[in-house]
Design a protein around this ligand. Structure first.
Ligand code: ATP
Ligand code: MG
Length: 388
């Protein structure tokens, strides 16, 4: 029998009426993400999704790594099936987990019995397999509370399974939480914010504001690379790139310098709002963190949020930079984010940005601009890059 991957579904969500659609979404996502590693049979039984190689050439390690990045799974493990006899289970554990058993100092066996016709209870099976493993690997201490290695045995309808160590995953299946537009800059924060919202089951559409000739081709490529880094988590992504230079030039020409960043951010929100409405998205996502810069004070957030009626999701709002960096490293965007190319925000930065702006004043200042025309022209100039 072949080694396969078992994905355990989150229990809490399963209680709802959505169970079936949850499972279907998740299986679709798993199928799509493992597809590049060969042909797999993906099916579900008893709160577990099985990912089983359907041909010799499958890259199981690759598919396993991909499954760890699919949201909506509570734990994922590689497993080897065997016949439903205690001797076969023991031999499978010895052979399959031999290296891990040799390396560990303590262990326990944890069994589950979905097939109640199996002649031993799960406790009896754990004790029997544990006892014999202990004889075969006498250096191992039995530790039922904090073992270094847990040997999982599952007796299911069709076969018994011995698991390699299970790894926790999390989140909700992408697509269950609706769709949102995420504002993706080249920084550290917005990729993390995108990841966090995707993790809650939201399908993302990315928007990026680029200001050539003030921003370079490398800066644009960097943002696309960030989006590519996010694909293993988010699934396919479209990045809409909006030309932003005309807007910035117009603001600089017509508005007070200390309000430059704020008015620029209002345009970002207007454009993201327009894209959201075009693409049937129900919220905006940003990487704003309270107090990090002048445009992220409470008053400034109120002023930039004033131009859209969509909820603005800011998942890193209460996080310190170090916490955000930790996640950025975990998800694999950090190294790209710290590449030194300039963003449109750094092109025209005011010397003394306003930190306590008033929304009426800002609206007044925008009277000097053809807001509608600027938004329309920027939207007309958009370009969509599809990443798979
Ligand atoms: P980040 O690290 O995400 O760039 P930041 O700390 O540099 O954030 P700002 O530059 O003020 O903060 O941007 C705040 C948020 O606005 C970003 O997290 C992002 O969601 C959005 N944003 C900023 N610049 C752009 C851009 N050029 N294109 C798209 N979104 C942007
Ligand atoms: Mg930035």
């Amino acid at each position: 029998m072949h080694e396969m991957i078992l994905c355990k579904l989150g229990e809490v969500v399963l209680k709802g009426l959505n169970r079936r659609s949850f499972e279907m979404k998740l299986m679709g996502n798993i199928r799509r993400r493992t597809g590049r590693f060969g042909k797999f049979r993906v099916y579900s039984k008893q709160s577990t999704i099985y990912v089983e190689p359907a041909e010799e050439t499958c890259d199981l390690a690759g598919a396993y790594a991909a499954c760890k990045q699919v949201f909506g799974i509570i734990a994922v493990a590689r497993a080897l099936p065997c016949t439903k006899e205690k001797e076969a289970i023991l031999e499978t554990a010895k052979a399959y987990l031999g290296d891990a058993l040799t390396a560990a100092r303590s262990f326990k066996v944890e069994s589950k019995r979905a097939d109640k016709s199996f002649p031993m209870t799960s406790i009896q099976l754990s004790q029997w397999v544990g006892g014999h493993l202990h004889e075969a690997f006498p250096h191992l201490a039995v530790d039922v509370h904090h073992p270094e290695l847990t040997v999982y045995v599952e007796v299911r309808e069709e076969a018994a399974y011995v698991h390699a160590p299970a790894e926790p995953a999390g989140g909700l299946p992408i697509g269950m939480g609706g769709r949102a537009v995420s504002l993706l800059s080249g920084g550290i924060d917005s990729p993390v914010a995108s990841y966090m919202i995707a993790k809650r089951g939201v399908e993302l559409e990315m928007i990026h504001f680029a200001s050539p000739p003030y921003t370079s081709e490398q800066a644009r490529e960097k943002v696309l690379q960030l989006a590519r880094d996010l694909v293993p988590w988010c699934g396919r992504l479209n990045v809409t790139i909006i030309p932003f230079a005309e807007i910035q030039e117009e603001i600089r020409r017509n508005c007070p310098e200390d309000h430059f960043t704020l008015i620029m951010r209002r345009f970002m929100m207007r454009l993201a709002d327009a894209l959201a409405k075009d693409l049937n998205c129900r919220a905006l996502v940003t990487g704003e963190s309270l107090g990090q810069v002048a445009s992220q004070t409470m008053d400034a957030l109120a002023v930039s949020g004033d131009v859209t009626d969509l909820p603005i999701l800011r998942p890193v709002i209460g996080m310190d930079k170090e916490e955000i960096v930790r996640i950025a490293r975990h998800i694999g965007t950090f190294e790209t984010s710290i590449l030194p190319y300039e963003d449109c925000c750094t092109v025209f930065t005011p010397r003394h940005p306003k930190t306590r702006p008033h929304v009426e004043e800002v609206r007044e200042m925008e009277q000097a601009l053809d807001v509608e025309g600027l938004v329309r022209r920027a939207m007309d100039g958009r370009e969509v890059v599809k990443l798979r």
